[in-house]
Design a protein around this ligand. Structure first.
Ligand code: ADP
Length: 536
């Protein structure tokens, strides 16, 4: 601040802009950031595992979401703090890359931050901590590969895939029907997968929801489902051997794009205009019929006249089909999207064995199912459930299960869950710590302790004593030299996760460790935060 005088000699105070900002430096900055990040991670800790809790979130405009999915919880939280936002991004990147393990990655990051805080308190430099964590992470990632196993599956032996998908689903709301849901997820992925190239085209899987019915009514439809009905109630509800014209041109007479005005001064002129319009419609319908189509799907609306003509010519039609759906229909039926009526020819029509309209209960809602398409690859999962919130959560859970299946097709190595992989890595990292001289040793050991937090959280969420369970798991793993011992969350009577068939993909687990370490390193390296006033 400085005191200056204006041209009339009146004093006023100048404040530098810098001082209107708040700033924290050094250790204080790291601690404040760690605290902000941990506030977010602690929210997710209770959601981890098959006995994890769900969260209910209400958006500012009153929309309610109930979920157990880490990435979704964080995205719906209204996080203000920049560092806390990094945690949200952490979950999102795990979700984008792997599709599962989003809660796990956040819990691990939280544990690492807690350990980092202790080390900072003991006077260890943040760079040393970051380096130690990095070393420890690569030891753990290598160790994961060592304890991983391959699951062998083929097109006619899909059980291992179903079991992995079931592990993913066991913490979700669909828990009770996890076998059926896992089967649907695996079937959906396999129908669009190329097992030779180990590639999965997710664009061909669509997940649609319709409120009503029971969760177990959820079904896989080998074809496309669109949330539309035929444009006229008297059109047939069932088309066999459909040849579909897929149009992006509207069924209406052309209109000039700019402002226009047409003066009609005589009855003859009006009759002429009406005649010209009718001729347009007739030509459009004729062009569609000439191409051999027996059904029309259109991106735009229809004039009433067109709708009537379509009905009279026995051409069932669907209007206002969105661009994405239109593409999907085109891919599935092997048809082309046609922008002009003149370009419609027989080879551009999409083909499907059956197109039918389905109704739901007593509601007026209807959907169109296009089945046994020429290009059978596209599939749709039609999710049913009591309400929209439930359906959204089932959709998210199925997405996770499908991602896991895809990951296994890409790389069929797995590690066992229930915290067993983490404990095994913790033991390995703990042993390796001794070979480090200098302060990094502490950081490496702290990394091992952080890994222990995952089984502890699993135990805590299942109502077990975390410390007793962890020590038992660790002792048994070392005594029996069995890296598959984990936390028996479901009280199945055995802690061997291999017997319980609880497993996760190796790439998913490795990604969790690497992403969490990267984020913690980044937070540790920030030693100066300059922000607008009132930020802290
Ligand atoms: P994420 O979003 O990270 O997938 P989840 O809430 O799905 O989080 O929990 C996954 C964790 O729960 C993993 O560590 C997994 O090994 C563990 N898990 C899943 N099913 C079981 C089970 N039946 N017994 C023990 N642990 C399980």
């Amino acid at each position: 601040m400085s005191l200056v005088f204006d041209e009339y000699g009146r004093p006023f105070i100048l404040m530098r802009e810098q001082e209107s900002k708040s700033r924290i430096k050094g250790l204080e900055a790291q601690k404040a950031n760690i605290m902000a990040a941990r506030t977010v991670t602690s929210i997710l800790r209770t959601s981890l595992g098959p006995r994890g809790m769900d969260k209910m979130m209400v958006s500012p405009d009153g929309e309610v979401t109930i979920t157990n999915d880490g990435a979704t919880i964080l995205q719906r939280l209204q996080v203000e703090h920049e560092v806390a936002k990094l945690i949200v991004e952490l979950a999102t990147s795990q979700d984008d890359e792997i599709g599962d393990g989003t809660t796990g990655v956040v819990v691990l990051a939280g544990a690492l931050l807690e350990q980092a805080e202790h080390l900072l308190d003991r006077g260890i430099h943040p760079v040393r901590i970051a380096d130690g964590f990095e070393e420890a992470c690569s030891i753990a990632v290598d160790h994961l590969a060592k304890i991983s196993e391959r699951v062998e599956f083929s097109a006619d032996k899909l059980e291992p895939l179903v079991l992995t998908a079931m592990t993913t689903l066991s913490s979700k709301i669909v828990n009770k029907h996890k076998r059926e849901m896992a089967q649907i997820a695996v079937d959906a992925v396999l129908s669009v997968a190329d097992l030779e190239r180990r590639d999965v085209n997710f664009d061909l899987i669509k997940v649609e929801g319709k409120a009503g019915g029971k969760m177990e009514d959820t079904e896989l439809i080998r074809g496309v489902v669109i949330d539309k009905d035929f444009s006229h109630p008297q059109m047939p509800k069932f088309v066999k051997d459909a040849r579909i014209a897929i149009l992006t041109a509207p069924f209406e007479p052309p209109k000039p794009k700019t402002k226009h005005r047409l003066d009609i001064t005589t009855p003859e002129a009006y009759a002429k205009l009406a005649e010209a319009e009718r001729a347009y419609f007739d030509r459009m319908i004729r062009q569609v019929l000439d191409s051999g189509a027996n059904m029309v799907v259109c991106q735009w609306g229809f004039d009433d006249e067109a709708n009537h003509l379509l009905l009279r010519n026995k051409l069932p039609a669907v209007r206002w089909v969105g661009g994405v759906e239109l593409e999907l229909i085109a891919i599935a039926t092997g048809g082309r999207i046609v922008p002009r009526f003149e370009e419609l020819t027989a080879d551009k029509l999409g083909k499907a064995a059956v197109v039918r309209e389905v109704g739901f209960g007593t509601t007026s809602a209807r959907m169109l199912v296009i089945e046994e398409c020429a290009n059978t690859k596209a599939v749709t999962v039609l999710v049913r459930g009591g309400n929209r919130m439930l359906i959204d959560e089932v959709k998210r859970s199925l997405h996770d299960a499908m991602c896991v299946t895809r990951n296994l097709i890409k790389d069929n190595r797995i590690v066992y869950g229930g915290g067993s992989a983490e404990v095994s890595c913790s033991v390995a990292v703990g042993r390796a710590a001794e070979s480090f001289s200098g302060t990094e040793q502490y950081a490496v050991r702290a990394f091992a302790d952080a890994l222990d937090d995952v089984p502890m959280a699993l135990a805590e969420n299942s109502g077990l004593s975390p410390i007793t369970t962890l020590s038992e798991v660790k002792a048994t793993q070392i005594k029996e030299d069995n890296p598959f011992i984990g936390v028996d969350c479901m009280m199945a009577g055995t802690a061997d996760m291999r017997t319980q068939n609880v497993f996760e993909t190796l790439i998913g687990k490795q990604q969790q460790l690497m992403l969490a370490t990267q984020l913690v390193k980044m937070i540790l390296k920030i030693d100066d935060v300059i922000a607008p006033h009132d930020y802290f």
